[in-house]
Design a binder for this molecule. Sequence first.
Ligand code: CP
Length: 338
Amino acid sequence: MEFAGSHVLSVGQFERPDVEAVFAVADRMEPYARRRRVTRVLEGAILGSMFFEPSTRTRVSFGSAFNLLGGEVRETTGFENSAIAKGESLYDTARVLSGYSDVIAMRHPAEGSVAEFASASRVPVINGGDGSNEHPTQALLDLYTIRSELAAQQRGIDGLRIAMVGDLRFGRTVHSLCRLLGLFSDVRVTLVSPVELRMPGEIVDALRSAGHRVVESDALEEGIADVDILYSTRLQEERFASPEEAALYRGRFRLNQQVYTRHCDPNTVIMHPLPRDSREAARELDEDLNDNPKLAIFRQTDNGVLVRMALFALILDVADQVDAHSRDVHWYTGGRNP
Ligand code: CP
């Protein structure tokens, strides 16, 4: 894949060497994300950040990643603050905003909308989530986290055993992650969901075509035994026709410390793309796991900055210049560094 000037719309664009290239650059971003060094390699560049659906980590980590490379960020959040609310088309919005930006990160509730926007944009566009379709940068940061957690056990991604639990029908992060796993070998994927919220058939078929073992189940306890990674997901209530329909599934699969201790191997790493739903009726990932050292959810969010920095550096073709534009930091950073 030629990164310079490319859109990032789907994980389907990536071959395994491309993923490895992103990870190699992400590794090199650590001193900057940890505030040991400052780089100004993107000084003068502008990220257009356009989020038409709620977001905390994707929106802010895209912005932080760009700032950490020395660039500036201009944001639009919500339709109500955009001329789209006055009937402006995605085409016109893309033509206008790409005149103000060097790269654009976008989230939109409609499947395919980010690709439609990108086709009219004059600058690279990165998909920050389009409906229940894809969330490619989340999948990259998830896989980067899996690689990092398994490296601590002297393991690689090939041979991975992963359970994905929850709303696999509407959860775009698991759609993108499954597609990326197709690039690796000998993966066993256990998909735990209510029957009505199963992973789309074409994604399951693609995993099997890649030679992976796929087990579909609606039994949490069986599904989470004997896995390396337990990837929990939130019920995507905003994608259901009504709150009443979503309520049929709310709280169906709850992972807490007791369930973990009883059914999981002690090395099992717990992941979740976040946000987790911590309201009493849901709690798919209980806060009583917060002190469990295998809970990797905040390592995931930190890794999101590294991976997004790497994508910006590759797309804007400065990956080899980051260090040449850097210096030590001169403020207190002790609270963040491990
Ligand atoms: N994981 C994720 O996409 O989180 P946000 O919705 O907060 O961006």
